[in-house]
Ligand binder design. Structure first.
Ligand SMILES: [Zn+2]
Length: 203
């Protein structure tokens, strides 16, 4: 996927449709800065806006991602390439989030345990400070676990082990779910059963 090519293509189609950046932005309910960023290849339109944008410009999502009009005989091949590319971009983003989660989780636990151990060691001489340190360490572990869970929730999907349906449950459902590692017991919206869900990076 060539974002610059896609950007130039958006600009060309917009001008062909007789629209200014401001008018296009208004139709989509976004800022003209966002349109300018697409057209200079600095960002891609969000997936949620792509269909509407393509509707306005009279092109297909496939053509948008390819950055040019596509002949009918090449259509399927280009569609598959573009889909594979989008999937790869999404998986990379999710992998990064996953690594951040592991790092924050581990470093947070180490620092918290260190604080608690220090607190315990000075208990005889400084009981007040000791209690404060142990309490603070405990609170840090909790906050850390909470943050790691939020990050886990944001990266990828949960796959129902009963029907293989993949979905993103609410943050609340994830936080309250019993889990081992990132496998959690959740209710599946497809088969309505409550059971183990495995963490996966792609839909
Ligand atoms: Zn299911």
């Amino acid at each position: 996927m060539d974002m610059e090519k896609t950007g130039k293509f958006i600009a060309r189609c917009r001008k062909d449709a007789g629209l200014t950046q401001a008018v296009l932005a208004e139709k989509l309910g976004i800022t003209d800065r966002a349109v300018s960023k697409w057209e200079t290849g600095r960002s891609l339109p969000d997936a949620s806006l792509m269909l509407e944008l393509c509707g306005i410009l009279g092109i297909s999502v496939n053509e948008l991602l390819t950055g040019e009009k596509i002949e009918m005989e090449n259509y399927k091949e280009m569609a598959e390439q573009n889909l594979a590319e989008l999937t790869r971009v999404e998986r990379d983003k999710n992998k990064k989030l996953g690594r951040a989660q592991t790092f924050i989780g581990l470093s947070g636990v180490v620092v918290s345990l260190f604080t608690i151990v220090c607190g315990a060691l000075i208990a005889v001489d400084n009981p007040g400070v000791s209690i404060a340190l142990v309490f603070f360490g405990g609170a840090m572990i909790l906050a850390d676990a909470l943050y790691a869970t939020v990050l886990e929730h944001e990266s990828g999907y949960y796959e129902c082990q009963n029907c293989k349906h993949r979905h993103v449950p609410s943050t609340r459902a994830v936080m309250l779910a019993i889990h081992v590692g990132s496998d959690r017991i959740l209710r599946c919206p497809a088969c309505a059963r409550k059971g183990w869900h495995k963490k996966v990076l792609n839909r």
